[in-house]
Design a protein. Structure first.
Length: 251
């Protein structure tokens, strides 16, 4: 579906990481499935470059917030993103979507509380966190018997988008575990954050025996996504249990 929307800037959710919203005409988009993405394109932007006026972005908000859809992105200085920083609030923006199948399985209503034993394991490289926020905000309150694990890797703690929100979710939902890794520490790290490299062993040590039944979701820069998928498969995870969302355009 293609439609015109209205752009709203929300604010920074990590270093050089902007959250923004697109307000769609009421009722035009009935719903979407968390994990899906959209293609957003400026109409007559004041700045352009060879990379074009449009980009794909994962939806970061849950469906209940429609007709508002939220997104988050790293500001890199491209013309598209300078417009995100500078264009007046209320500017028109084109929306195409929702698209993609990087989504959770349907949890049958009868198994919601009792017999779903597979842990859901999310692995986010940097800004790859975006689809997981939408999925968790939607799925956590409805699926208390399912275990959700979110592993994030960032360069530095300041780059970790929505970390306070996920920490709060892990305090309020016993079925949600949040593990944060950074590759360097420019300040003293708070409890629960470590310097290190994410490996399948770390996932399995954290999740325990249940890990072998898990469904694994990896999102972020394409090189990170493919190398972590390969590592999981080398560690014995079947390919059919791994879903990937490579954010083409990042390196
Ligand atoms: C499914 C999906 C979901 C994504 N979700 C997010 C998200 O939630 N947040 C986020 O920040 N990013 C996301 N991305 C990546 C996003 O679309 C951008 O590619 C990324 O943000 C980099 O954009 P940039 O303007 O900073 O970089 P730039 O390098 O300026 O632009 C990258 C874009 O330019 C295009 N491009 C590259 N070279 C050329 C060329 N020579 N000519 C024409 N076009 C070219 C690429 O296709 C890419 O879309 C997602 C990508 C995909 C595929």
């Amino acid at each position: 579906m293609e439609t015109g929307g209205i752009f709203h800037r929300v604010g920074y959710v990590a270093r050089k990481t902007l959250m923004f919203q697109v307000e769609l005409p009421s009722g035009v988009l009935g719903t979407f499935t968390p994990g899906q993405y959209a293609y957003l394109e400026w109409k007559d932007p004041p700045l352009t470059d060879v990379k074009g006026n449009g980009r794909n972005f994962s939806i970061v908000s849950p469906p209940r917030e429609l007709p508002l859809l939220s997104f988050a992105t790293r500001l890199t200085g491209s013309a598209f993103k300078k417009c995100l920083e500078e264009i007046p609030d209320g500017a028109p923006i084109l929306f195409s979507g929702p698209m993609g199948e990087f989504c959770l399985p349907e949890f049958p209503a009868t198994t919601r509380q009792l017999s779903w034993r597979k842990p859901i394991v999310f692995v986010a490289g940097g800004i790859g966190i975006t689809p997981f926020r939408s999925m968790l905000l939607e799925a956590l309150p409805q699926n208390e018997a399912i275990s959700f694990f979110l592993f994030t890797t960032n360069h530095d703690l300041e780059d970790s988008a929505f970390r306070n929100e996920f920490e709060e979710l892990s305090r309020t939902h016993k079925n949600f575990f949040f593990d944060q890794l950074v590759s360097q520490a420019s300040t003293l790290l708070p409890r629960g954050v470590e310097v290190g490299h994410l490996t399948p062993s770390r996932l399995f040590e954290t999740i325990g025996e249940k890990a072998k039944d898990g469904l694994f979701y990896i999102a972020g820069p394409p090189s990170m996504v493919s190398s972590f998928k390969t590592a999981l498969m080398s560690a014995g995870v079947l390919e059919e249990r791994i879903k990937t969302d490579p954010f083409l355009g990042y390196f």
